[in-house]
Write a protein of this length. Structure first.
Length: 479
């Protein structure tokens, strides 16, 4: 028997296995953004190749809403304040729940009742909701969704019976851990932004001069708040605490005058304007969300976007970051339940984009009209858009092991596959080679012993001796 075909077959199988293993998955998904892969087709080229605008009416195709949570308890307070906030720090209050419920009612009035854009009842085919991983944003989403879709389903087999009490309609709200949320929490996670802010803003002569000029105000604030030293960095916590107390008409037990609050608010607004400056800072903290908006529009424009509504429940810093990325100056942090919505229309063969801040239309920088042509919007936001946000946020010289972990479909998992493929192939080749050598030796021995009338040795005796009960079971024909 010629053994070379066996060896060739084994080596060829091994080579094919290693080649296939080294290729890895051919298509990858982004874990955080859950965006499906799509064909190579840029929105700019789609807009450029479209026919001239027709006179047909505008038709709303897509709605994206980024909003802040509702009224909450202070995120930082003093021990003496604890009895005032029994649910703890940073928790959504009943007032905050109602604020988001009203926002949901407005969305229903405009986009269900008036425009007929969204269906009357909830369908997961039409919308998706995402929130940051905090109680107040998750509960805010639930309040908004209750206002948007107040009526739930009935039992299919008994239409007269409601599925849940009060016809409640549950709607899923998706989230990711804060440390992985670069879409809605870039302000929190982006190291490059923090580096720029620390070195170019907090470390600037302007910052030092401002703090020095307001030394008396900071000292006065310290006097009323347990003699703790106050700086430009820390006054936000006092402003936040007093805002929450005034929002609920609580008595000020410290005796701090109201004008102290007003002066601290103005000083804190000065800080906010630098924390959320347009340009590179705005791009780093809001650019990935700009990319997400652009990508959803692109998918819809080429017929691959399915859902009509994308809801994002987040924070004041999230809304401010998106405004800054769009080159819209942020003079103060957005209030409770503030919203920034983007409408995407088709008009003949063209597309239009309109933005609304707190339910009122605003002009997108770079656009000359309220209804901005899609290609103009793309040009205006091109520099702000960031797809690879983790790469953009990495500080130069950062060690690789300190970088954020890759998702499961990344390159880390690919390294192990070809190694084990190589190991497996070597074992297979070795086993086949041994068996072939044994087979050749057996045939040679058979011819030699057969001519001398000497009894052949059983193959089972090579290596460990055969058990007496298994004698004769391991024959040449069983190889």
């Amino acid at each position: 028997m010629n053994t070379w075909p066996l060896l060739f077959l084994a080596l060829a199988s091994f080579a094919l296995f290693c080649h296939a293993s080294s290729q890895g998955p051919s298509r990858r998904f982004n874990m955080v953004d859950s965006s499906p892969p799509s064909r190579k087709h840029t929105a700019a080229s789609a807009a450029a190749s479209s026919a001239p605008r027709s006179a047909s009416a505008r038709t709303l195709q897509l709605l994206m809403v980024v909003h802040r949570h509702g009224d909450r308890s202070p995120v930082v307070y003093y021990e003496d304040d604890e009895p005032r906030w029994p649910d703890g720090m940073g928790q959504l209050t009943p007032k905050g729940m109602h604020q988001l419920y009203e926002l949901g009612q407005w969305l229903r009035s405009k986009y269900v009742d008036e425009l007929g854009f969204l269906p009357d009842t909830y369908s997961h085919f039409d919308m998706q909701c995402r929130a940051t991983d905090t109680d107040r944003t998750l509960i805010s989403s639930e309040g908004l969704l209750l206002g948007l879709y107040p009526n739930g389903p009935s039992l299919l087999e008994h239409p007269e019976q409601e599925a849940l009490p009060c016809h409640f309609q549950p709607v899923p709200v998706h989230t990711v851990p804060t440390q992985q949320d670069y879409l809605l929490r870039s302000w929190y996670n982006c190291e490059k932004y923090q580096h720029i802010y620390d070195t170019q803003v907090r470390g600037s002569p302007e910052w030092a001069a401002k703090e020095q000029a307001n030394a008396a105000l900071l000292s006065e604030a310290s006097h009323y708040f347990y003699d703790e030293p106050q700086t430009l960095d820390s006054i936000w916590s006092i402003v936040d605490l007093m805002t929450c107390e005034y929002s609920h008409e609580m008595e000020d037990t410290r005796g701090a005058p109201r004008d102290l609050y007003d002066r601290l608010v103005l000083l804190n607004d000065w800080v906010v304007q630098r924390q959320f400056a347009t340009g590179e800072i705005g791009r780093l903290i809001g650019g990935h969300l700009v990319w997400r908006l652009r990508e959803d529009m692109r998918l819809k424009s080429i017929g691959e976007g399915v859902r009509k509504l994308h809801l994002y429940s987040a924070h004041d810093v999230t809304v401010a970051s998106l405004l800054a990325a769009l080159n819209i100056p942020v003079n103060k942090l957005p209030g409770y339940a503030a919203s920034l919505a983007f409408e995407f229309y088709s008009e003949g063969n063209d597309y239009l984009v309109r933005a609304l801040f707190n339910r009122e239309p605003i002009l997108i920088p770079g656009c000359s009209t309220e209804y901005c042509r899609y290609e103009t919007f793309l040009e205006a936001t091109e520099m702000a858009s960031i797809h690879d946000i983790q790469g953009a946020c990495a500080v130069e010289g950062q060690k690789e092991e300190d970088a954020a972990p890759a998702d499961e479909s990344g390159d880390n998992g690919k390294l192990a596959v070809p190694f084990f493929g190589f190991l497996f192939g070597c074992v297979v080749v070795f086993v086949i080679a041994v068996l072939v050598l044994l087979f050749k030796k057996r045939r040679g021995s058979s011819r030699e012993l057969g001519s001398g009338g000497v009894e052949m040795m059983d193959v089972g005796s090579i290596g460990d001796p055969m058990d007496e009960d298994e004698e004769g079971a391991n024959t040449v024909g069983d190889l």
